[in-house]
Design a protein around this ligand. Structure first.
Ligand SMILES: [Zn+2]
Length: 247
């Protein structure tokens, strides 16, 4: 079997990250063999997709069922005013291809539900929750539990955000954290830069997980307050009797 190596161009493209202590060509090849599913390419999903494409994640599957709307443009930094009305995933894939033509980009312009998710995110090493509604987050949670695929949850509202890395069967699931349905105000009020910070943090956690980071903050709810510029990590335990994971 031929040994997989980086091309000279790839060594240049990824130079600034490969010279980070402990990253190197080995780490970069780990990223290039990874497949990440991004659920929602909006306020969180845009920076997640941009940084993962730039970092050289080998395959990204983007799923979103929406078209670009003028109200998206305060925070969804993959899109601009000329693209209002276009499909988010098609526009995102086109721009990400320009950013990094060396990765595989799959587009799924559809709604995530229990019946469709297995065909949307097959063979992913990680799924990133960049959604804005709780019902579909639970679909991701069920799929993550059934397939034992790690799920990286993120959410934002106003100047605040949260992150949670779920690694079944070892950690709590999303339903353990939220036994009751979360009713979001619609539309969700959010400052664009807050989505940028939280999405960037999700991308960072994903990259460190794929590099093999053993010290990842799995099973802890990271609460980010961007008024006081502080973060908190609260351990979340599996909940006895959880209707999703304690079966
Ligand atoms: Zn649970």
């Amino acid at each position: 079997m031929n040994e997989i190596t980086l091309s000279p161009d790839e060594k240049l493209r990824y130079n600034r990250q490969m010279i980070i202590d402990g990253w190197g060509e080995t780490g970069q090849l780990r990223l290039s063999s990874a497949h990440v599913g991004i659920a929602g390419v909006g306020g969180l999903g845009a920076p997640v997709a941009l940084y993962l494409a730039a970092a050289g994640i080998g395959e990204l599957t983007l799923c979103d069922n929406e078209q670009i709307d003028l109200t998206n443009l305060n925070r969804q930094v993959l899109y601009d005013s000329r693209e209002v009305g276009e499909s988010k995933v098609a526009t995102a894939a086109r721009k990400l291809h320009h950013l990094n033509p060396g990765i595989i980009l799959k587009q799924r312009h559809e709604t995530i539900c229990d019946d469709s998710i297995a065909t949307i995110f097959p063979r992913c090493n990680l799924i990133i929750d960049c959604l804005d509604n709780f019902e579909t987050r639970l679909v991701l949670n069920r799929f993550s539990l059934a397939q034992q695929i790690p799920l990286l949850h993120g959410g934002v509202r106003e100047y605040f955000g949260e992150l949670l890395f779920l690694q079944p069967p070892d950690t709590a699931c999303l339903r353990c954290c939220y036994p009751k349905d979360v009713i979001q105000p619609m539309p969700v009020p959010v400052c664009g830069a807050v989505a940028g910070v939280l999405g960037s943090m999700q991308a960072l956690m994903a990259i460190r997980y794929l590099l093999g980071d053993q010290k990842l903050v799995a099973g802890k709810m990271i609460q980010v307050d961007l008024v006081s510029m502080s973060t908190d990590a609260v351990a979340v335990d599996k909940r006895m009797g959880c209707c999703e994971c304690d079966l």
